[in-house]
Design a protein around this ligand. Structure first.
Ligand SMILES: [Zn+2]
Ligand SMILES: [Zn+2]
Length: 365
């Protein structure tokens, strides 16, 4: 089969590799679509993991084979939920539900969760940038069937929507609260929509006008164009986020940073009320340091939170939101590349243009 094999930093090659063999109670899925995710981009660009690997974890496709259940004959309860021909959305991380972290509902820190249960060969890394993937038994609880009326691409978007809904649930908000979402790329737009669906007044910022226009369609109440602090000859970051009268009249109850911007963090501390929350969603680079006025945490009781990765226990709710099109992800997908063009897809997703949002590797492109 064809696959985009990661051979080292910034080296993604279209190659022919063996179709994965499946074992007891495993699924073989023919991939139809796989989203390009910023976390994969980082691994590919910086070469943070040893090659070879096949990345891609926002995967949807069709079940073409189900591994027999071993000595007992029939498939396991989980595997028997599926039949050949089912269109499915996959989920590559599932926690054990039993360890210290799982008991504290911190699934992303669980050792089993950190293992990747889907592979197209080599060290398991998602495998969605290939024609076929092998789905291991421990991630079967996260596999969701795609309704007939929905597309594979919508199925592939369950994973990123899940990560956003998980983060939204970390915020202690009441309907009618004001929330700032900094950054309106695909993830920022998902935050805007999910927060609006929960009754929040959402203020969004971005560097591109085109994205702000789209944010209105995704439910933003207010939009504000901001400038990159580095764009004007490295001038010092402005003291406040230039939000016009909103800085005075409508303090935010929470701020979500969907961009890894330190200036946005500083601004977020300034525009949220006392006891408000700031959620970091894009600061994934290790060793990144910044200054925080600690009294704003201790005295003003402003909380600094993070959220990473998905929570399979909310996957049903995510599927309902996406497949009912309350969270309509179709408008987020702007570019499609064939499997052999995966390197191009990653390149575009790493350097977004005003017109590009979610980039998909599609087996129909
Ligand atoms: Zn992802
Ligand atoms: Zn666990």
């Amino acid at each position: 089969m064809r696959a985009a094999v990661y051979r080292g930093a910034n080296d993604l090659r279209p190659e022919t590799v063996p179709v994965p063999r499946i074992g007891k109670n495993e699924l073989l899925v023919r991939v139809a679509a796989c989203g390009v995710c910023p976390t994969d981009i980082k691994k590919i660009h910086y070469g943070t993991l040893p090659p070879p690997r096949i990345f891609g974890h926002e995967t949807a496709g069709t079940i073409v084979k189900i591994g027999a259940g071993g000595a007992s004959g029939g498939a396991s309860v989980l595997a028997s939920r599926f039949k050949i021909g089912d269109r499915v959305a996959l989920h590559h991380h599932v926690p054990c539900l039993d360890c210290h972290f799982c008991r504290h509902h911190a699934f992303a820190q669980c050792a089993q969760y950190k293992q990747t249960g889907i592979t197209a060969g080599f060290e398991p890394a998602g495998g969605g940038f290939a024609e076929y993937v092998r789905v291991m038994p421990f991630v079967l609880p996260g596999v969701v069937k795609i309704p007939a009326k929905n597309t594979f691409e919508e199925g592939a978007m369950l994973e990123p929507v899940n990560t956003v809904l998980k983060a939204v649930k970390r915020l202690a908000l009441l309907p009618g609260d004001n929330v700032l979402v900094a950054g309106q790329g695909p993830i920022g737009l998902m935050f805007t929509r999910l927060l609006q669906l929960r009754g929040m007044n959402v203020l969004v910022t971005d560097l591109f006008d085109s994205r702000l226009r789209l944010a209105k369609k995704f439910g933003a109440k207010w939009t504000k164009l901001v400038q990159s602090p580095t764009s004007k000859a490295q001038r010092p970051a402005r003291k406040t986020l230039d939000l016009g009268h909103w800085t005075l009249d409508a303090a935010m109850n929470a701020a979500v940073l969907a961009v890894p911007s330190d200036a946005a963090l500083k601004q977020a501390f300034e525009v949220i009320r006392g006891a408000g929350q700031i959620l970091l969603f894009a600061h994934t680079k290790r060793g990144a340091l910044t200054e925080v006025d600690l009294a704003s945490v201790c005295v003003d009781e402003k909380d600094l939170l993070g959220s990473y990765s998905a929570d399979f226990t909310i996957q049903r709710e995510v599927a309902r939101l996406v497949f009912s099109r309350q969270m309509d992800v179709r408008g987020l997908i702007t570019h499609r590349f064939s499997l052999d063009e995966t390197a191009k897809a990653v390149e575009l997703a790493a350097h977004p243009t005003p017109e590009s949002l979610k980039v998909i590797v599609s087996h129909f492109a």
